[in-house]
Design a protein around this ligand. Sequence first.
Ligand code: FAQ
Length: 333
Amino acid sequence: MYTQGLDQRAPEGAAKAADDAAALVAFQARIDAEEKIEPNDWMPQGYRRTLVRQISQHAHSEIVGMLPEGNWITRAPSLRRKMILLAKVQDEGGHGLYLYSAAETLGVPRAEMVEQLLAGKAKYSSIFNYPTLTWADIGAIGWLVDGAAIMNQVPLCRCSYGPYARAMIRICREESFHQRQGYELMLKLAQGTSGQKRMAQDALNRWWWPSLMMFGPSDKESIHSSQNMAWKIKRVSNDDLRQKFIDVTVPQGHFLGLTFPDPELRLDEASGHWLHGPIDWTEFNRILAGDGPCNRERMAARRKAHADGAWVREAAAAHAAKRANRQRAKAAE
Ligand code: FAQ
């Protein structure tokens, strides 16, 4: 939907102008004036590159993110829960598609982005490399993972790049439904039998720290933050978003009667913030390097799905070619 009329020719002139100081100043002035940058507008090569990087990683995260929850669709405890989970997993697939479309407006075909994911060259969110061991994990993912995703993504609705910002508006609305269904599921478990409450607590214990890692490395370790904030791609820093998430989520957990797996968690009366203990960045880095609990399993599942779907892509391409031929023949009559 975004690519109609898009000029995708190799921007020879644009490449020459890439480092042109006057063009950079004019570009930054547009950003500072809160103008949206659109696909055919001139943009620095670095702006294009970082957007392709972030949007494609985001798209991959949505698609790989279907796997941990998808595992539970056939095991949902009731028809209502099954319908909710099916709809949610389907939404994540849709988010991936909007995001690939937004990234394509920057001149990179979706097939190339998918190829990079399958070759292990592209990243996706660390969070999807953890297993979903019990039904309570489905509640914890909705509450915590979608909760963290919304916290990170609401500011992206104001991203300077138009197609990404517009895709994020719809995505955030859907993520907000996902977060609520997750919290409602946790509430039911927390108010249920002692076994159900134990399951909810166990899920919180396992998903809390990985959810905090979703916001990325600390501000002082973040490579892209300062430039991306100057370009108004990112509006709020990794640490500030993480803190906002903690401040909102801790009271929700206490309302459920659950405890957080952080002995150092405490409310700082002066600032009103919940202070937390140290995050295990060694675990985060190990996952980014491909060595998390489920990295291999997730990539194997994606590669298999891609190979299994080859005939669908071939059939669609053959159908499109036939249709184009018919239209050409008709036009020539
Ligand atoms: N996992 O310099 P920074 C969802 C990488 S969607 C893996 O701080 P930046 C919906 C980062 O890419 C979840 N890698 O980078 C859902 C960079 O590596 P690179 C995904 C991470 O871009 C719910 C390096 O570390 N959301 O959950 C992570 O300024 C339920 C240095 O980091 C998005 O993608 C990580 N957690 O900030 C679906 C939102 N953190 O590229 C299914 C859009 C950092 O140089 C079920 N993305 N890295 O090789 C963003 O907002 C940003 O890209 C950040 C990272 C905040 C993720």
